[in-house]
Design a protein around this ligand. Structure first.
Ligand SMILES: Cc1cc2nc3c(=O)[nH]c(=O)nc-3n(C[C@H](O)[C@H](O)[C@H](O)COP(=O)(O)O)c2cc1C
Ligand code: SF4
Ligand code: SF4
Length: 358
């Protein structure tokens, strides 16, 4: 089908998805599509959208917890309904390199969920794919060495380009080995994805703190794609991570003095405070003092209590943590016992902070 315009929206924490969106846009330009635009979902939905019948819309985002990040789910849900437009979705996932081996990441349901939302919006979804880019999950592991990151990027660029060429030439991209691998993995890991979307991402957000190198510049708060950081405290304001943090790693990757940490020793303490055993202990304490609460029993009511306790305990304990971590000696203690302090930071090598919100 000869498209007249291509509109691509990307979500990107550390530049991988931005880079893939840029590659596929260039292919559209090379193929002679008259109008090609790509922009961050942070800038919102453009007034002038892809033309119905002759346009195609693409969504590009990272995989988080083997599925689509909330930020992209919400964006896709806000897209206006259409009847004839075509669409595609691409996720980027954690590519690694060990010697000569390039183990793939696993996007799971990431591209299928966005494709489903697009389909429900009336789009004719032509295909999906997942592209390996250097893993940016720096709360888990050190950023890849520059040479390894470059090798992963170089290896996967042609895959993104040939996917786009196929889509533009009218070939559907559903029945591929990559999609088979992703759908099996996605289904098997669906419980993990649901847990990630409703609980784990909040836990990850509450691990962040700034170490003693923080100079209160506020760049992390200003550039966060979801405004999840507020600068708090009189005098030397420090970043405070809110519940809506997507754990996209942008603040950690781009802090000019590498002050953003994800506290591992703090994570262990937080785990014990928020775990279901602590919740049940708290419930039995409450019941022993307030007999009206005895109705909370059975799997469903107790599970709801555990979940509510989790959010409450997470918020309260993080608030206290953010206060004590301002004390220099405590800050040093948590900083020196977090692995991220010794990890390499990663962002897509050619990507500048300003590119991500273009
Ligand atoms: C919180 C978090 C969760 C992630 N989950 C997954 C995952 O489930 N599967 C995967 O292959 N990669 C996962 N990754 C890696 C990223 O999806 C991958 O590095 C992506 O290319 C980052 O893109 P960006 O720079 O555009 O944000 C995760 C990264 C983070 C920070
Ligand atoms: S954490 Fe980094 S980016 Fe954020 S205020 Fe401190 S120095 Fe600036
Ligand atoms: S606070 Fe940091 S990790 Fe969380 S969404 Fe904002 S930039 Fe991303």
């Amino acid at each position: 089908m000869p498209y007249k315009n291509v509109v691509i929206y990307f979500m990107s924490g550390t530049g991988n998805s931005y880079r893939v969106a840029e590659w596929v846009s260039r292919i559209a330009e090379k193929e002679g599509i008259p109008k090609v635009e790509f922009s961050s979902i942070e800038t919102g939905i453009a007034d002038e959208r892809e033309q119905e019948g002759t346009g195609i819309l693409g969504l590009v985002m990272p995989a988080h917890g083997f599925t689509t990040p909330w930020h992209m789910i919400k964006f896709a849900c806000k897209l206006p309904r259409t009847r004839q437009s075509h669409a595609f979705s691409i996720s980027t996932r954690a590519g690694l390199k060990f010697g000569k081996i390039f183990p793939p990441g696993l996007s799971g349901t990431a591209t299928f969920l966005t494709a489903l939302i697009l389909f429900l919006k009336g789009y004719n979804v032509r295909g999906t794919t997942a592209i390996d880019m250097p893993s940016n999950w720096m709360s888990l592991h050190s950023g890849l060495k520059h040479s390894k990151a470059e090798a992963v990027i170089k290896r996967n660029k042609p895959k993104a380009e040939s996917f786009m060429q196929a889509i533009l030439s009218g070939r559907k991209q559903w029945l591929t080995l990559n999609n088979l691998y992703e759908s099996i993995g996605g289904l098997l890991l669906l419980p993990v994805s649901v847990l990630y979307l409703f609980a784990a991402r909040f836990f990850l957000a509450k691990l962040f703190f700034s170490n003693w190198k923080c100079n209160s510049c506020g760049i992390c708060a200003e550039k966060c794609p979801v405004e999840a950081i507020s600068m708090r405290g009189k005098g030397k304001a420090r970043p405070y991570w809110k519940y809506n943090c997507e754990s996209c790693m942008r603040c950690m990757a781009f802090c000019p003095v590498e002050a953003v940490e994800a506290g591992h020793s703090w994570g262990v303490i937080l785990f014990y405070i928020t775990c279901s055993a602590a919740a049940m202990h708290f419930l039995s304490l409450l019941k022993s003092h307030i007999s009206a609460l005895n109705f909370i029993s059975g799997l469903w009511l107790e599970s709801i209590f555990v979940l509510l306790y989790f959010y409450f305990a997470l918020g309260v304990s993080y608030f206290f943590f953010s206060l004590i971590v301002r004390i220099p000696i405590i800050n040093r203690l948590f900083t020196l016992t977090t692995l991220t302090h010794w990890y390499r930071r990663y962002h897509e090598p050619q990507t500048k902070l300003k590119d991500l919100s273009r």
